[in-house]
Write a protein that binds this ligand. Structure first.
Ligand code: IVH
Length: 734
């Protein structure tokens, strides 16, 4: 982090540092909570926060009543009516040790406190994802939704009933078919935005901005967009922004109908600081308003019965080891979930134990948020370079001061294309937010305006080079695409290297030990120009290369030798035909069986291959009509490359597992987004339709499934959950 007024030199006196931290936290809390427009990544804010707490712990005499540590969340924003929470909306203790030790320490602490042995089965937990949105309290009276409020400072929130009513999965009336609803019920949960809805919103916002709309902006992340949508004075805008909700707890529960009318009185007993989600209402043994459940788990089942969306991957865990497993299991699913989570939450399951454990300041002792490594961090841009890809595409890449994000140290991040650099106005020297989620290439999300190099003017705006930065050839640009390409094809050394690297990669010809550094040398020394040249190399050629001991030269020769025997699918993939990925290469190989049949296929014949559309068909067809490509194949054959060929499946091929079957998706699946589920079904030859009919083979239903599920039941159609769908795909594939 550069030294700026915003990030004071940590060598300042502790007192001055404390003051600076308070100012920083106040400013950024305002940006975050009130303006819904944070300027620093959460990880940075958390680090300042932690530092403040540590300093205050060391110097309790310095803790001022106005310190940010003395309140949770934010004040009520103008335009919203304040709502006093009858049961406070508490915060939760955060464990930033993202390793298993974080869960183990929590379990050990609680056992000690409760006087339980390390294996005592009395202590069980409910584990759930920590949804990255904003906490909302929903108030139901006589089964009707009467009020929705944000958390605010924990004691007083903002009335957002008008916007929350637009969230389609929140029932306006509780479902009492399974069990009667209490006279008054406060449901606590998280409002959030799915990533797909967030992308769609930002796309719309960009179009509005481009069309000259005033006062519109794009959002930094889904949480921020969700907060902005909920805190809208105009519910029409909220409705347009597709929000989602999961319930995870409750506040006040009151079974006495008469008390509801009185608004206070005897029935408010449950509200006297108890309310299990946050405090444990059932623990009020004997109180007339005690809910008929004794655990967090039972409470969630009741909420589900009343029609509230409760996430499927909530799990009861016995003992520390199961907490660790849960943390790891959800961590592995994190990137496939359709929404952001930043950790998991463990809650002591039994409400009586929750009550025994009690609270420290505003955090219950019985709950813990166990985080995952942050996916966003800030760092500095050292340079912006342009990479030329296999197909000639130019990609601006930011070289970064090393930063630990998403579990690895990142030094490069993609800026996608020139338009993106311009839109985000990224310049050398800027402090930027870098995001790395899962295996995805790290990207620059945006610039931090206030944390630029101290006082110094920013560098000049970045410009895309006018010619290929590697070979100097003219750039091509396809209409309606922000992409620019080097038009020199394989005569551009960059494209040649990339093409070679792709051809020898693990899923293509799989030449082990031939990495990008070696390819670079082979091309730069002129020893290799094209793929066939690789097969003409001898040990002597290799001996002259840097870092190439005799042993490695021998190994490489053997690996090249072994790769001469391959499969048609691998060869097709290795050729780097545009739009032909590994899967399509396999489909083509299976369908045609031989290179010759594929080469001769017309576009119509290519279109017969499952999943091959006009773009792919044309690309494959064109590839085999170009003399240099035919020459390349001929040379490869002469170099001894060979592959097994068969009959191919052609038209009489055995059908794909779900071929001819139509499935309908409804509701929210626990791990698959709608697009992912559809892709899986289509890959298996099935179709996805939007409406249920007698012809529907299966209905796949997730949580909050609505009328489609009812219709399926009426028609007696088989209904699957996500696990059922996966089992079906697997069974049919075997
Ligand atoms: S329980 C007393 N469960 O995390 C416990 N909170 O700092 C109250 N959150 O403001 C919260 N997912 O917005 C709980 N499964 C979950 C959660 C969750 C996200 C948020 C919530 C709260 C914050 C805690």
């Amino acid at each position: 982090m550069p030294d700026t007024p915003d990030s004071p030199d940590s060598s300042d006196s502790p007192r001055a540092r404390l003051q600076a931290l308070r100012a920083l936290l106040q400013r950024h809390a305002h940006l975050y909570h009130v303006l819904d427009a944070p300027e620093v990544p959460d990880a940075q804010y958390d680090a300042w926060w932690l530092e403040l707490l540590q300093l205050e712990a060391q110097h309790p005499e310095w803790v001022a009543p106005d310190s940010p540590s003395q309140r949770v969340g934010a004040p009520v924003r103008e335009g919203f009516a304040p709502v006093a929470h009858r049961v406070p909306m508490l915060s939760i203790r955060t464990e930033t040790d993202t390793q298993p030790s974080g869960a183990l320490a929590f379990d050990a602490r609680l056992r000690k406190e409760l006087g339980l042995s390390p294996t005592d089965p009395e202590l069980a937990y409910l584990a759930e994802p920590k949804f990255d949105g904003l906490a909302i309290s929903l108030r139901y009276e006589a089964g009707l939704l009467v009020q929705a409020a944000t958390r605010g400072d924990g004691a007083t929130g903002e009335d957002v009933t008008h916007s929350v009513r637009t969230i389609s999965t929140i029932p306006l009336r509780l479902d009492e078919r399974v069990r009667p609803a209490p006279a008054r019920l406060e449901v606590r949960g998280e409002v959030f935005m799915r990533r797909a809805d967030f992308e769609a919103l930002n796309e719309r916002q960009r179009q509005r901005i481009a069309a000259g709309a005033k006062g519109e902006k794009t959002f930094v992340n889904p949480r921020n967009a969700a907060a902005g949508a909920v805190r809208q004075l105009d519910p029409a805008i909220t409705a347009e922004r597709s929000l989602s909700f999961f319930a995870y707890g409750w506040g006040e529960i009151d079974w006495q109908a008469d008390a509801a009318a009185a608004g206070a009185g005897a029935g408010a007993g449950a509200g006297a600081g108890v309310g299990a989600g946050e405090v444990g209402a059932a623990a009020q043994a004997g109180a007339p308003s005690a809910p008929p459940f004794a655990s967090q788990h039972e409470g969630l089942l009741a909420l589900r019965d009343w029609g509230l969306p409760v996430f499927e991957l909530v799990q009861r865990c016995c003992g520390a080891q199961e907490l660790v497993q849960y943390h790891q299991r959800i961590g592995a699913l994190r990137d496939t979930l359709p929404f952001d989570i930043d950790g998991v939450v463990y809650k002591v399951d039994r409400l009586d134990l929750q009550q025994r454990l009690g609270y420290v300041t505003r955090e219950p002792r019985w709950a813990l948020a166990h985080k995952y490594p942050a996916q966003e961090q800030s760092t500095q841009v050292l340079a912006i370079e342009v990479q030329v890809g296999r197909t000639g595409k130019l990609t601006p890449v930011a070289r970064l001061a090393p930063v630990f994000v998403g579990g690895v140290t990142v030094t490069n991040a993609t800026l996608h294309n020139a338009e993106e650099v311009q839109r985000k106005d990224v310049r050398v020297g800027d402090t930027v937010i870098v995001r790395r989620a899962g295996d995805v290439i790290p990207e620059v999300v945006g610039v931090l305006p206030d944390l630029g190099a101290s006082g110094a003017a920013r560098g000049p705006a970045w410009q895309m080079p006018l010619a290929c930065p590697v070979c100097g050839s003219a750039l091509l640009r396809e209409p309606d695409s922000p992409e620019q390409r080097c038009g020199a094809g394989l005569s551009c050394p960059a494209q040649r290297k990339q093409a070679l690297w792709h051809a020898v990669s693990r899923r293509a010809l799989n030449i082990e030990g031939l990495g990008d550094k070696l390819i670079e040398q082979l091309v730069d020394t002129g020893k290799v120009c094209s793929l066939p040249d690789l097969y003409r190399l001898n040990a002597l050629d290799l001996a002259g290369l840097e870092r190439m001991a005799d042993k490695s030269a021998l190994n490489l020769m053997q690996a090249i030798e072994a790769s001469r025997r391959t499969t048609l699918a691998r060869l097709l993939y290795a050729l780097g035909i545009r739009h032909v990925g590994e899967r399509t290469a396999k489909d083509l190989a299976r369908h045609f069986g031989s290179l010759q049949r594929l080469q001769q296929a017309s576009e119509e014949e290519l279109l017969q291959v499952p999943d091959v559309g006009p773009v792919v068909a044309q690309s494959v067809h064109d590839f085999f009509r170009q003399p240099p490509h035919l020459e390349l194949l001929e040379q490869l054959r002469q170099c001894g490359l060979h592959w097994s060929e068969g009959e191919g499946e052609g038209e009489g091929a055995p059908a794909l597992p779900l071929a001819g079957q139509t499935l309908v998706l409804t509701g929210t699946l626990p791990t698959l987004s709608r697009e992912q589920a559809q892709a899986l079904i289509e890959a298996a030859g099935g179709k996805v339709s939007g409406s249920v009919s007698k012809k529907t083979a299966y209905v796949v239903a997730g949580s909050e499934a609505g009328s489609k599920l009812e219709r399926a039941r009426e028609l007696g159609l088989p209904v699957l959950d996500e696990a059922g769908l996966r089992a079906l795909l697997k069974a049919e594939a075997d």
